[in-house]
Design a binder for this molecule. Sequence first.
Ligand code: SF4
Length: 338
Amino acid sequence: MINYLYQEQNWQSQLSDLITDPLELLETLKLSPDQLLSGAILASEQFKLRVPRAFAAKIQAGNPQDPLLLQVLPHHLELEDHAGFVTDPLDEEHANQQPGVLHKYQSRFLLTLTGACAVHCRYCFRRHFPYQENLPKSEDWLNIQRYIQSQPDINEVILSGGDPLTLSNRKLKLWIERLETLPQIKFLRIHSRVPIVIPNRVDEELISILKNSRLRIILVVHSNHASELDDFTCSKLSQLAKEQITVLNQAVLLKGVNDTADVLVNLSYRLFDAGVMPYYLHVLDKVKGAHHFDRTPEDISQIYAEVLARLPGYLVPKLVREIAGEKNKTPLFGVSTF
Ligand code: SF4
Protein backbone atom coordinates (compact mmCIF):
# COMPACT_ATOMS: atom_id res chain seq x y z
CA MET A 1 0.00 0.00 0.00
CA ILE A 2 1.45 3.38 -0.91
CA ASN A 3 1.24 6.21 1.53
CA TYR A 4 -1.04 8.74 -0.11
CA LEU A 5 -3.26 11.19 1.70
CA TYR A 6 -6.15 10.82 -0.72
CA GLN A 7 -8.66 10.87 2.07
CA GLU A 8 -7.93 14.55 2.63
CA GLN A 9 -7.92 15.72 -0.97
CA ASN A 10 -11.10 16.85 -2.71
CA TRP A 11 -12.38 14.72 -5.54
CA GLN A 12 -11.97 17.37 -8.22
CA SER A 13 -8.21 17.60 -7.56
CA GLN A 14 -7.98 13.82 -7.59
CA LEU A 15 -9.82 13.64 -10.90
CA SER A 16 -7.42 16.12 -12.48
CA ASP A 17 -4.36 14.28 -11.13
CA LEU A 18 -4.86 10.76 -12.45
CA ILE A 19 -1.99 8.42 -13.22
CA THR A 20 -1.97 8.16 -17.02
CA ASP A 21 1.51 6.77 -17.65
CA PRO A 22 1.83 2.97 -17.23
CA LEU A 23 5.48 3.34 -16.23
CA GLU A 24 4.57 5.81 -13.47
CA LEU A 25 1.95 3.38 -12.18
CA LEU A 26 4.51 0.56 -12.04
CA GLU A 27 7.09 2.75 -10.38
CA THR A 28 4.53 3.91 -7.79
CA LEU A 29 3.80 0.26 -7.04
CA LYS A 30 7.47 -0.73 -6.90
CA LEU A 31 7.09 -2.96 -9.92
CA SER A 32 9.57 -3.44 -12.73
CA PRO A 33 8.86 -1.78 -16.09
CA ASP A 34 9.37 -5.31 -17.53
CA GLN A 35 5.80 -5.94 -16.39
CA LEU A 36 4.78 -4.18 -19.58
CA LEU A 37 5.45 -6.77 -22.22
CA SER A 38 5.91 -5.59 -25.77
CA GLY A 39 2.58 -4.32 -27.06
CA ALA A 40 1.25 -3.07 -23.73
CA ILE A 41 2.27 0.51 -24.49
CA LEU A 42 0.47 0.30 -27.84
CA ALA A 43 -2.57 -1.07 -26.00
CA SER A 44 -2.42 1.93 -23.67
CA GLU A 45 -2.33 4.26 -26.65
CA GLN A 46 -5.49 2.66 -28.04
CA PHE A 47 -7.31 2.86 -24.69
CA LYS A 48 -5.47 5.19 -22.36
CA LEU A 49 -4.47 4.24 -18.87
CA ARG A 50 -6.40 6.24 -16.26
CA VAL A 51 -5.99 5.38 -12.60
CA PRO A 52 -6.90 7.60 -9.65
CA ARG A 53 -4.21 7.70 -6.98
CA ALA A 54 -6.84 6.72 -4.42
CA PHE A 55 -7.35 3.48 -6.37
CA ALA A 56 -3.60 2.92 -6.80
CA ALA A 57 -3.32 3.19 -3.01
CA LYS A 58 -5.43 0.05 -2.68
CA ILE A 59 -3.14 -2.00 -4.92
CA GLN A 60 -0.58 -4.14 -3.12
CA ALA A 61 2.86 -2.77 -3.93
CA GLY A 62 5.23 -5.31 -5.45
CA ASN A 63 2.46 -7.68 -6.53
CA PRO A 64 2.16 -7.91 -10.33
CA GLN A 65 -0.90 -10.17 -9.97
CA ASP A 66 -2.83 -7.84 -7.70
CA PRO A 67 -6.50 -8.15 -8.77
CA LEU A 68 -6.98 -4.39 -8.81
CA LEU A 69 -3.87 -3.82 -10.88
CA LEU A 70 -4.96 -6.41 -13.45
CA GLN A 71 -8.14 -4.42 -14.08
CA VAL A 72 -6.30 -1.26 -15.07
CA LEU A 73 -2.86 -2.14 -16.40
CA PRO A 74 -2.68 -2.29 -20.22
CA HIS A 75 -1.76 -5.73 -21.49
CA HIS A 76 -0.23 -6.84 -24.78
CA LEU A 77 -2.99 -9.48 -25.10
CA GLU A 78 -5.46 -6.63 -25.74
CA LEU A 79 -4.01 -6.38 -29.24
CA GLU A 80 -5.00 -9.93 -30.18
CA ASP A 81 -8.03 -10.65 -32.33
CA HIS A 82 -10.41 -13.39 -31.20
CA ALA A 83 -13.49 -14.72 -32.94
CA GLY A 84 -16.64 -13.14 -31.51
CA PHE A 85 -14.82 -10.30 -29.73
CA VAL A 86 -15.87 -7.09 -31.44
CA THR A 87 -15.81 -3.34 -30.92
CA ASP A 88 -19.56 -3.02 -30.21
CA PRO A 89 -20.56 -6.32 -28.55
CA LEU A 90 -23.98 -5.06 -27.48
CA ASP A 91 -24.79 -3.46 -30.82
CA GLU A 92 -25.36 -0.15 -29.10
CA GLU A 93 -24.94 1.67 -32.37
CA HIS A 94 -28.49 0.59 -33.20
CA ALA A 95 -29.88 1.60 -29.81
CA ASN A 96 -28.41 5.09 -30.07
CA GLN A 97 -31.57 7.08 -30.87
CA GLN A 98 -30.01 10.53 -30.72
CA PRO A 99 -27.00 12.10 -28.97
CA GLY A 100 -26.92 10.85 -25.39
CA VAL A 101 -29.89 8.49 -25.71
CA LEU A 102 -29.36 4.72 -25.70
CA HIS A 103 -32.73 3.03 -25.61
CA LYS A 104 -32.55 -0.74 -25.21
CA TYR A 105 -35.28 -1.61 -22.71
CA GLN A 106 -38.96 -0.77 -22.58
CA SER A 107 -39.42 1.29 -19.41
CA ARG A 108 -36.01 2.85 -19.15
CA PHE A 109 -33.20 4.29 -21.24
CA LEU A 110 -29.61 5.31 -20.78
CA LEU A 111 -28.60 8.93 -20.88
CA THR A 112 -24.88 9.26 -21.51
CA LEU A 113 -23.93 12.75 -20.42
CA THR A 114 -20.19 12.30 -20.56
CA GLY A 115 -17.63 10.00 -22.13
CA ALA A 116 -15.17 10.58 -19.30
CA CYS A 117 -14.35 8.01 -16.64
CA ALA A 118 -12.16 8.37 -13.58
CA VAL A 119 -10.64 4.99 -14.28
CA HIS A 120 -10.22 3.01 -17.47
CA CYS A 121 -11.17 -0.62 -16.90
CA ARG A 122 -9.44 -2.74 -19.51
CA TYR A 123 -12.50 -5.00 -19.90
CA CYS A 124 -14.96 -2.14 -20.49
CA PHE A 125 -17.52 -3.02 -23.15
CA ARG A 126 -17.68 0.65 -24.16
CA ARG A 127 -13.94 1.01 -24.63
CA HIS A 128 -14.49 1.64 -28.35
CA PHE A 129 -17.71 3.64 -28.01
CA PRO A 130 -17.69 6.87 -30.10
CA TYR A 131 -18.58 9.16 -27.21
CA GLN A 132 -17.52 12.34 -28.94
CA GLU A 133 -20.28 11.95 -31.54
CA ASN A 134 -22.89 11.12 -28.91
CA LEU A 135 -22.65 13.61 -26.11
CA PRO A 136 -25.76 15.72 -25.68
CA LYS A 137 -25.25 19.44 -25.39
CA SER A 138 -27.44 21.59 -23.20
CA GLU A 139 -29.52 22.60 -26.23
CA ASP A 140 -30.26 18.89 -26.95
CA TRP A 141 -32.44 18.74 -23.82
CA LEU A 142 -35.53 19.76 -25.78
CA ASN A 143 -35.07 16.84 -28.16
CA ILE A 144 -34.47 14.44 -25.27
CA GLN A 145 -37.58 15.74 -23.55
CA ARG A 146 -39.61 15.21 -26.73
CA TYR A 147 -38.20 11.72 -27.06
CA ILE A 148 -39.21 10.81 -23.49
CA GLN A 149 -42.69 12.26 -23.94
CA SER A 150 -43.16 10.28 -27.14
CA GLN A 151 -42.57 7.05 -25.16
CA PRO A 152 -45.13 6.91 -22.33
CA ASP A 153 -43.73 3.56 -21.12
CA ILE A 154 -40.52 5.22 -19.95
CA ASN A 155 -40.52 5.83 -16.19
CA GLU A 156 -36.82 5.57 -15.45
CA VAL A 157 -33.67 7.22 -16.73
CA ILE A 158 -30.25 5.68 -16.21
CA LEU A 159 -27.32 8.06 -16.15
CA SER A 160 -24.48 6.06 -17.60
CA GLY A 161 -21.40 6.79 -19.57
CA GLY A 162 -18.61 7.34 -19.33
CA ASP A 163 -19.20 7.97 -15.69
CA PRO A 164 -21.88 10.48 -14.69
CA LEU A 165 -20.20 11.18 -11.35
CA THR A 166 -17.24 12.73 -13.14
CA LEU A 167 -19.65 15.62 -13.80
CA SER A 168 -19.70 18.52 -11.37
CA ASN A 169 -22.47 18.61 -8.80
CA ARG A 170 -23.83 21.70 -10.55
CA LYS A 171 -24.17 19.93 -13.90
CA LEU A 172 -25.56 16.78 -12.33
CA LYS A 173 -28.17 18.79 -10.46
CA LEU A 174 -29.13 20.63 -13.62
CA TRP A 175 -29.86 17.36 -15.46
CA ILE A 176 -31.71 15.89 -12.50
CA GLU A 177 -33.87 19.01 -12.30
CA ARG A 178 -34.64 18.74 -15.99
CA LEU A 179 -35.76 15.14 -15.57
CA GLU A 180 -37.82 16.06 -12.52
CA THR A 181 -39.99 18.31 -14.69
CA LEU A 182 -41.34 15.25 -16.51
CA PRO A 183 -44.11 13.64 -14.42
CA GLN A 184 -43.71 10.27 -16.16
CA ILE A 185 -40.14 9.89 -14.79
CA LYS A 186 -40.28 8.28 -11.37
CA PHE A 187 -36.85 6.68 -10.99
CA LEU A 188 -33.33 7.79 -11.68
CA ARG A 189 -30.50 5.33 -11.71
CA ILE A 190 -26.90 6.48 -11.61
CA HIS A 191 -24.27 3.98 -12.74
CA SER A 192 -20.86 4.95 -11.42
CA ARG A 193 -17.49 3.55 -10.48
CA VAL A 194 -16.27 6.86 -9.06
CA PRO A 195 -17.34 6.25 -5.41
CA ILE A 196 -15.13 3.14 -5.51
CA VAL A 197 -12.07 4.67 -7.18
CA ILE A 198 -12.33 8.20 -5.71
CA PRO A 199 -14.44 7.76 -2.56
CA ASN A 200 -14.31 11.49 -1.78
CA ARG A 201 -16.73 11.97 -4.69
CA VAL A 202 -19.40 11.17 -2.12
CA ASP A 203 -19.45 14.69 -0.69
CA GLU A 204 -22.14 16.50 1.28
CA GLU A 205 -23.41 18.33 -1.77
CA LEU A 206 -23.86 15.13 -3.75
CA ILE A 207 -25.70 13.49 -0.87
CA SER A 208 -27.97 16.51 -0.60
CA ILE A 209 -28.76 16.44 -4.34
CA LEU A 210 -29.59 12.75 -4.26
CA LYS A 211 -31.69 12.77 -1.14
CA ASN A 212 -33.69 15.90 -2.00
CA SER A 213 -34.73 14.88 -5.48
CA ARG A 214 -38.36 14.14 -6.26
CA LEU A 215 -37.10 11.09 -8.13
CA ARG A 216 -36.40 7.81 -6.40
CA ILE A 217 -32.64 7.56 -6.86
CA ILE A 218 -30.73 4.31 -7.08
CA LEU A 219 -26.97 4.53 -7.17
CA VAL A 220 -25.39 1.48 -8.79
CA VAL A 221 -21.69 1.33 -8.02
CA HIS A 222 -19.21 -1.01 -9.67
CA SER A 223 -16.82 -2.95 -7.50
CA ASN A 224 -15.26 -6.25 -8.49
CA HIS A 225 -13.18 -7.15 -5.46
CA ALA A 226 -13.32 -6.60 -1.69
CA SER A 227 -9.84 -5.03 -1.78
CA GLU A 228 -11.43 -2.06 -3.54
CA LEU A 229 -13.57 -1.52 -0.45
CA ASP A 230 -11.18 -0.26 2.19
CA ASP A 231 -12.57 1.25 5.39
CA PHE A 232 -12.60 4.77 3.99
CA THR A 233 -14.52 3.74 0.85
CA CYS A 234 -16.99 1.75 2.95
CA SER A 235 -17.54 4.72 5.26
CA LYS A 236 -18.48 6.86 2.25
CA LEU A 237 -20.85 4.22 0.91
CA SER A 238 -22.38 3.82 4.36
CA GLN A 239 -23.14 7.55 4.47
CA LEU A 240 -25.34 7.13 1.41
CA ALA A 241 -27.13 4.18 2.92
CA LYS A 242 -27.70 6.14 6.15
CA GLU A 243 -29.37 8.86 4.10
CA GLN A 244 -31.79 6.24 2.73
CA ILE A 245 -30.23 6.30 -0.73
CA THR A 246 -30.44 2.86 -2.29
CA VAL A 247 -26.98 1.66 -3.29
CA LEU A 248 -26.50 -1.50 -5.36
CA ASN A 249 -23.37 -3.06 -6.80
CA GLN A 250 -22.66 -4.58 -10.16
CA ALA A 251 -19.52 -6.57 -10.81
CA VAL A 252 -18.04 -8.28 -13.84
CA LEU A 253 -16.65 -11.79 -13.55
CA LEU A 254 -13.02 -11.44 -14.64
CA LYS A 255 -10.36 -14.08 -15.04
CA GLY A 256 -7.53 -13.53 -12.56
CA VAL A 257 -9.45 -10.82 -10.71
CA ASN A 258 -12.51 -12.30 -9.04
CA ASP A 259 -13.07 -15.70 -10.65
CA THR A 260 -13.26 -17.74 -7.45
CA ALA A 261 -16.13 -18.30 -5.05
CA ASP A 262 -13.94 -17.09 -2.16
CA VAL A 263 -13.39 -13.69 -3.75
CA LEU A 264 -17.04 -13.27 -4.73
CA VAL A 265 -18.32 -14.32 -1.30
CA ASN A 266 -15.95 -11.83 0.39
CA LEU A 267 -17.09 -9.12 -1.98
CA SER A 268 -20.75 -9.65 -1.12
CA TYR A 269 -20.13 -9.58 2.63
CA ARG A 270 -17.96 -6.50 2.38
CA LEU A 271 -20.58 -4.69 0.28
CA PHE A 272 -23.26 -5.58 2.79
CA ASP A 273 -21.10 -4.18 5.62
CA ALA A 274 -21.07 -0.90 3.72
CA GLY A 275 -24.85 -0.88 3.21
CA VAL A 276 -24.61 -1.90 -0.46
CA MET A 277 -26.65 -4.78 -1.91
CA PRO A 278 -25.05 -7.06 -4.53
CA TYR A 279 -27.13 -6.68 -7.69
CA TYR A 280 -25.56 -8.09 -10.85
CA LEU A 281 -22.60 -10.30 -11.62
CA HIS A 282 -22.06 -9.80 -15.33
CA VAL A 283 -20.46 -12.33 -17.58
CA LEU A 284 -17.82 -10.53 -19.63
CA ASP A 285 -19.17 -8.75 -22.71
CA LYS A 286 -17.16 -9.92 -25.68
CA VAL A 287 -15.44 -6.67 -26.46
CA LYS A 288 -12.33 -6.59 -28.61
CA GLY A 289 -9.28 -6.40 -26.37
CA ALA A 290 -10.76 -8.17 -23.34
CA HIS A 291 -10.52 -11.83 -24.32
CA HIS A 292 -7.89 -12.54 -21.65
CA PHE A 293 -10.49 -11.79 -18.93
CA ASP A 294 -12.92 -14.43 -20.21
CA ARG A 295 -13.80 -17.74 -18.52
CA THR A 296 -15.67 -20.65 -20.06
CA PRO A 297 -19.41 -21.09 -19.36
CA GLU A 298 -18.60 -24.35 -17.53
CA ASP A 299 -16.12 -22.60 -15.22
CA ILE A 300 -18.56 -19.78 -14.55
CA SER A 301 -21.36 -22.22 -13.73
CA GLN A 302 -19.15 -24.00 -11.25
CA ILE A 303 -17.99 -20.81 -9.55
CA TYR A 304 -21.52 -19.43 -9.34
CA ALA A 305 -22.95 -22.68 -7.98
CA GLU A 306 -20.46 -22.45 -5.11
CA VAL A 307 -21.36 -18.80 -4.48
CA LEU A 308 -25.05 -19.78 -4.34
CA ALA A 309 -24.30 -22.53 -1.87
CA ARG A 310 -22.24 -20.33 0.42
CA LEU A 311 -24.20 -17.09 0.59
CA PRO A 312 -27.67 -16.32 1.86
CA GLY A 313 -29.92 -15.55 -1.10
CA TYR A 314 -30.05 -11.79 -0.43
CA LEU A 315 -26.29 -11.52 -0.91
CA VAL A 316 -26.13 -13.43 -4.19
CA PRO A 317 -25.82 -11.13 -7.21
CA LYS A 318 -27.81 -12.21 -10.27
CA LEU A 319 -25.56 -13.81 -12.86
CA VAL A 320 -26.48 -12.19 -16.18
CA ARG A 321 -25.36 -11.61 -19.71
CA GLU A 322 -26.47 -8.73 -21.86
CA ILE A 323 -27.47 -9.98 -25.28
CA ALA A 324 -27.77 -7.41 -28.05
CA GLY A 325 -31.41 -6.87 -29.04
CA GLU A 326 -32.91 -8.61 -25.99
CA LYS A 327 -35.43 -6.60 -23.95
CA ASN A 328 -33.73 -7.29 -20.64
CA LYS A 329 -30.52 -8.75 -19.28
CA THR A 330 -30.54 -12.53 -19.58
CA PRO A 331 -30.25 -14.50 -16.31
CA LEU A 332 -27.79 -17.32 -16.87
CA PHE A 333 -27.65 -19.81 -14.09
CA GLY A 334 -29.46 -22.98 -15.09
CA VAL A 335 -30.41 -21.46 -18.45
CA SER A 336 -29.58 -23.45 -21.56
CA THR A 337 -28.75 -20.32 -23.62
CA PHE A 338 -25.69 -19.78 -21.44
S1 SF4 B 1 -15.78 3.07 -15.20
FE1 SF4 B 1 -17.38 1.91 -16.27
S2 SF4 B 1 -17.64 2.97 -18.24
FE2 SF4 B 1 -15.68 3.67 -17.35
S3 SF4 B 1 -14.11 2.33 -18.20
FE3 SF4 B 1 -14.75 1.41 -16.25
S4 SF4 B 1 -16.39 -0.04 -16.83
FE4 SF4 B 1 -16.12 1.37 -18.56
